[in-house]
Design a protein around this ligand. Structure first.
Ligand SMILES: Nc1ncnc2c1ncn2[C@@H]1O[C@H](COP(=O)(O)OP(=O)(O)OP(=O)(O)O)[C@@H](O)[C@H]1O
Ligand SMILES: [Mg+2]
Length: 332
């Protein structure tokens, strides 16, 4: 994973200083003024659409406050992890025990990503932990929708709403990367990438990198990339799942969501298109299974858990239908 990340332009071009964040001027200004006296900094709540700089801003802040050894004093956690709240509680305890001993850092910082995925119970527990630990710990809660955060937590945080990036900023950023990477590009192609990204800079940069892997970033290659990211990769996921290659299928799923920025429901939508291209006897069962998980996502079930369960179910259906024996060895 680490090796892949270093090759990824989203990581290579992630700003390390707040002032280099694009398009979030008002937020950057407020944050910089807070950083003048870090000890007085309140807890922070960052909300907004994907790929707009929330995690990046959080990392810039911890680096600025905690310096070189920021990793020792920071806990980064995905709040949708079931064990999340217990890890927070344990770590806060450890932090409290050691504060003042090696205390060159003014604060300990806990970054909770996807905080809106936490259950209300977990959030209530979190609220208590935030209160009890406020002498030494600051929380940076990151989420897509601040409405998913309970009111008592919201009222304890300074709230920052990140905005989708506009076309000019995204295109400028992509142009800068192309120059750094010495890749040929066309302006029309960059505008198309913006359109595909919908103002999500992560998706834009990933689309740029995939297009560049065809040689240059022109209109044709961007279109090709969009096609690949949208469809054939999901086809591979379905194929792996039906063969019972559970782990590989799940890795493909994570890649689709993290690298291509695909939404969970789009995964199912494209899977539904992909199954008609496969030689399947019980297509009806597969279609019903997809519909079931699509419905569960609409009613708000946990996407990661549901899609993982869907992969498992497709594996069972594939086994019953003899899908594995009919096909040759998996090619990857
Ligand atoms: N405002 C920005 N300025 C500069 N680069 C950005 C900005 N927003 C996003 N990026 C780029 O996109 C990548 C992803 O950004 P980041 O992780 O901060 O997104 P996020 O808002 O946390 O998204 P998510 O909600 O999906 O977690 C970064 O590595 C960086 O390259
Ligand atoms: Mg993030």
């Amino acid at each position: 994973m680490a090796r892949i990340e270093t090759l990824m332009w989203v990581e290579k071009y992630r700003p390390v200083e707040l002032k280099d964040l694009v398009n979030q001027e008002a937020i950057v200004e407020r944050l910089l003024s807070m950083l003048n006296s870090p000890r007085e900094m309140p807890h922070l709540l960052f909300s907004g659409p994907p790929g707009t700089g929330k995690t990046t801003a959080a990392l810039c802040i911890v680096r600025k406050i905690l310096g070189e050894s920021w990793r020792d004093y920071t806990l980064e956690l995905n709040a949708s992890d079931e064990r999340g709240i217990n890890i927070v509680r344990d770590r806060v305890k450890t932090f409290s025990r050691y504060v003042g001993i090696g205390g060159e850092a003014p604060l300990r910082i806990i970054i909770l990503d996807e905080a809106d995925e936490m259950t209300n119970d977990a959030q209530t527990a979190l609220r208590r932990i935030m209160e009890e630990s406020s002498r030494i710990c600051r929380f940076i809660l990151v989420c897509n929708y601040s409405s998913g955060i309970i009111e008592p937590i919201q009222s304890r945080c300074a709230i920052f709403r990140f905005l989708r990036l506009n076309e000019e900023d995204v295109v400028d950023y992509l142009r800068h990367i192309c120059k750094e990477e010495e890749v040929d590009f066309g302006d029309k192609a960059l505008s198309l990438i913006y359109e595909i990204s919908g103002g999500d800079l992560r998706l834009a940069i990933n689309t740029l990198q995939s297009s560049a892997s065809f040689g240059k970033v022109n209109f044709e290659n961007v279109k090709k990339t969009a096609g690949i990211s949208g469809k054939s990769e999901v086809g591979k996921l379905v194929d792996l799942a039906l063969r019972g290659e559970f782990k590989q299928a799940r890795e493909k799923l994570l890649e689709l969501m993290r690298v291509y920025g695909m939404s969970e429901r789009d995964v199912i939508k494209y899977a539904n298109e992909a199954i008609f291209k496969l030689d399947l006897q019980n297509l009806d069962e597969v279609a019903e299974s997809l519909a079931k998980y699509d419905y569960r996502l609409i009613v708000g079930a946990q996407p990661d858990i549901q899609l993982t369960a869907m992969i498992a179910e497709l594996g069972k259906i594939g086994k019953e239908s003899g899908f594995i024996t009919k096909k040759k060895e998996t090619k990857r």
